[in-house]
Design a protein around this ligand. Structure first.
Ligand SMILES: CC(C)(COP(=O)(O)OP(=O)(O)OC[C@H]1O[C@@H](n2cnc3c(N)ncnc32)[C@H](O)[C@@H]1OP(=O)(O)O)[C@@H](O)C(=O)NCCC(=O)NCCS
Length: 161
């Protein structure tokens, strides 16, 4: 029997869905996949959960000059990850994380396309993405043949129509 098609949406991050995003991260992702390092005990400590909220409040949710646009990725109405477009002059740097239990089902590819559309809507025609050479799934979302640099990272710039 065919699987029912998923409904995948990008919802702008707000204070109202930030809690659901944190829940998805705690339940289904490692801190290192979704936020910068925080010292202290490993795992989703109360301190690290608070740092996750502050991280987003200091970036997409800050009142003046947000540093990026962030979206909550929903699958069938449930938060499963986040996607971002960080302002970099006349381009955006894109980033995505998806909860473990939703990876490898095509969500990332749909999200990559939606991010490109969101960039065009925001009036930006170039999206840059950077990942590590060993991140096969993330590399597959970059243009085929994008080479790995000497530092082990893979960087692609895509010009949008
Ligand atoms: C990277 C990430 C966003 C990709 O999202 P995803 O929903 O898992 O990706 P998709 O299922 O859409 O797959 C994208 C491509 O990678 C391939 N792929 C997915 N998982 C793979 C795996 N484990 N090994 C090899 N290829 C894989 C898919 O076949 C697909 O390629 P294709 O369309 O050419 O067949 C997701 O895996 C993730 O959140 N990882 C942890 C955080 C992270 O690494 N973020 C990126 C940091 S730069």
């Amino acid at each position: 029997m065919r699987e029912k098609p998923m409904s995948i949406e990008l919802e702008p991050l707000t204070e109202n869905n930030l809690g659901a995003l944190l829940e998805a991260a705690v339940a289904d992702a490692d801190p290192a996949e979704v936020m910068p390092p925080v010292s202290g005990d490993p795992g989703w400590t109360a301190q690290r959960q608070q740092a996750f909220l502050e991280f987003h409040r200091g970036r997409a949710l800050r009142a003046e000059e947000p540093v990026e646009l962030t979206y909550v990725i929903t699958v069938d109405g449930r938060a499963v990850g986040a996607a971002r477009l960080e302002y970099q002059g006349d381009s955006f740097e894109a980033g995505v994380w998806i909860g473990r239990s939703h990876r490898g089902r095509g969500v990332g590819r749909v999200v990559a396309g939606r991010l490109r559309s969101a960039a065009v809507t925001a009036g930006v025609r170039r999206v840059v993405a950077v990942t590590t050479g060993d991140n096969t799934a993330a590399r597959r979302l970059l243009p085929a043949g994008t080479p790995m640099g000497d530092d082990g990272t893979v960087r692609a710039a895509v010009d949008l129509e």
